[in-house]
Design a protein around this ligand. Sequence first.
Ligand SMILES: [Zn+2]
Length: 103
Amino acid sequence: MINNPELVVRNQRKLLMYVAKQNDTGCWVWQGQISNSGYGKVLLKSDEGNKMHSVHRAAFELFVGGMKKDDIVVQTCGNRLCINPEHLKAVDEIDDTYWKKSL
Ligand SMILES: [Zn+2]
């Protein structure tokens, strides 16, 4: 969890440095490190020190907030590397339409 307001701003800036905003789709495509599962990852300073975060989850937490611990963050646009807060949604169960879209 990142609760410290200074860290929130700092981490928001860090995420924004590594996105390419696409005019046609509106996606903010992550340009940083990518995990084996095809999602972006990023090292962020949090209340517990530096920790590797899944970037779309971090983006949701930093720009939207209100995510429950067990929530799954999905991209409604189907792009696994997208971190546009408007394309992110926290759900408690994966709706398989999201997987179909991303194929
Ligand atoms: Zn998107």
